[in-house]
Design a protein around this ligand. Structure first.
Ligand code: CA
Length: 478
């Protein structure tokens, strides 16, 4: 048990899928600095988000609550900054706190960052090159343009703050990269990576969505047909047959995606080196994660939103030499609700009642409790937004199975613009069908599994305080 309260460095990128990180077995890139965190600490192989979309996942991480509790169900429901968050509680307990980079939880006095001694955040999605930042100030902050590349600048601000802090008190530093979010503009240093090579394609690039719920074919996230000239940095070769268009567009976009990740990797190396040189590494918890996963051409898609594995899974590597032995891998199920309770627990602060996650401390100490969760609840609310057209759904994932219910109703949610569609179910056997290509829901051989998972879904949904879709008209959110 470490004598001192730990420092916390929480590094979160935006849309960085685990399968584009070396230590997760990436076939498409190398990430030596990110891999160092896992080699010197713990890699979580089953870390999942509870709603695979930027703003909601960020609100969950800060508050330790599901989106039906914190109210941040969609991209257009900013977080009310009167909600309790772990940075506020750490600050009240004597921690120095700061956040630099992407906030994406709204702007202005009601939605700007609170609970931080210092902050500078990108307005909205922010830009890669010469971005504007909103700096801490009165009335929600002051906006200034800064020359440079977003990933470098966010790291510069973070390291500068580290140098300026009071060394006598513990700190919590949140480094939130914009990268590798669309539209994937690399910096000059990495712009020529992969120029003369083909990146391996995912097995499901040419998925035809046969046998899946209608939601899969309806999604407008296809690599090629649903991309813009900005995504591809050239005109879309829409004259190509779709299979060829997918292959061509995949090479175009994935290279830029990996180039912006190369900059993230370099900059994480800068942070690790700084902690080492300052003698801070032993007592500092360093986490690298992303607000959700991403489809890297998997199922023919880019983007996220679905409960399918590539989108559901968050990378999560954690280094804390004072508590965590190096080179460990955990397959225990952890969620984005768990970060806040973990940080509070490590700081000796009691997590307040609304927090729904569970502290990961026993997993860090390599003693998984016998009653640790065996299933997780997921819900995507943003039914048929104006562009990606993914249907609203909720579901349950166990270690072996996934049951998804596309209730497909906007329920008056902001940003959920489309008409309701007929509800549908999917069941996947992740052991025999890890790529989720075969919906077993209507297979009589799986009837008992469907019945058991349906009961467990209802139980979990009630346990977190959410309600099932009933088909009844729902008053619009106010
Ligand atoms: Ca995101």
């Amino acid at each position: 048990m470490p004598a001192e309260r730990p420092n916390i460095v929480f590094i979160m990128s935006d849309d960085h899928a685990a399968h584009a990180i070396g230590c997760y077995g990436s076939r498409i890139n190398r990430t030596p600095h990110l891999d160092r965190i896992a080699a010197e600490g713990l890699r979580f192989d089953r870390c999942f988000c509870t709603n695979s979309i930027c703003t909601p996942s960020r609100a969950t991480i800060l508050t330790g609550t599901y989106n039906h509790v914190n109210g941040v169900t969609t991209l257009t429901t900013p977080m009310d900054n009167r909600l309790q968050t772990y940075p506020k509680l750490l600050q009240a307990a004597g921690y120095q706190t700061a956040i630099f980079g992407k906030w994406h939880l709204g702007s202005g006095p009601r939605h700007c960052p609170t609970g931080f001694d210092d902050w500078a955040v990108l307005p909205g999605q922010g830009r890669y090159h010469n971005p504007q930042f909103v700096f801490k100030g009165p009335e929600g902050g002051e906006t200034r343009t800064v020359t440079g590349y977003a990933t470098d600048l966010i790291t510069d601000f973070s390291l500068d703050w580290l140098r300026r802090r009071d060394p006598a008190r513990p700190f919590c530093l949140m480094i939130h990269h914009k990268a590798p979010h669309r539209p994937w503009y690399p910096d000059e240093k990495h712009a020529r990576l992969f120029l003369d090579e083909d990146i391996p394609e995912p097995e499901t690039l040419q998925d035809d969505y046969r046998g899946r719920a209608a939601a899969a074919a309806a999604a407008k996230m296809r690599v090629g047909p649903d991309m813009t000239p900005t995504d591809l940095k050239c005109e879309v070769a829409s004259e190509l047959p779709e299979a060829e268009l997918r292959r061509w567009a995949y090479q175009r976009y994935i290279k830029d995606y990996l180039r912006v990740i190369a900059s993230v990797d370099d900059n994480v190396g800068r942070v690790l080196d700084t902690l080492d040189r300052a003698g801070l590494s032993r007592n500092t918890v360093v986490i690298y994660t992303s607000d959700q996963g991403f489809f890297l051409g998997d199922h023919g898609w880019f983007d996220k939103r679905f409960m399918y594995e590539e989108s559901l899974r968050m990378p999560c590597m954690l280094r804390y030499p004072a508590m965590v032995a190096p080179g460990r891998v955990s397959t225990d199920m952890v969620l984005n609700t768990d970060f806040a309770p973990l940080f509070l627990d490590l700081a000796g602060v009691t997590a307040p009642e609304p927090m729904q996650g569970v502290s990961l401390r026993p997993l860090l100490e390599d003693r998984t409790p016998p009653d640790w969760r065996q299933a997780m609840y997921y819900r995507y609310w943003m039914h048929r937004d104006g562009s990606h057209n993914v249907y609203a759904h909720y579901g349950i994932r166990t270690h072996r199975y996934k049951l998804i219910y596309y209730y497909a109703d906007p329920l008056g949610q902001p940003g959920a613009a489309g008409e309701a569609c007929p509800p549908e179910w999917e069941l996947f056997d992740l052991e025999n069908d890890p790529l989720e290509m075969c919906n077993r829901y209507h297979d009589p051989a799986h009837a008992d599994t469907v019945a058991a998972l349906t009961r467990e879904l209802a139980r979990l949904q009630a346990a977190v305080g959410d309600a099932p879709w009933t088909g009844a008209p729902t008053p619009s959110a106010s």
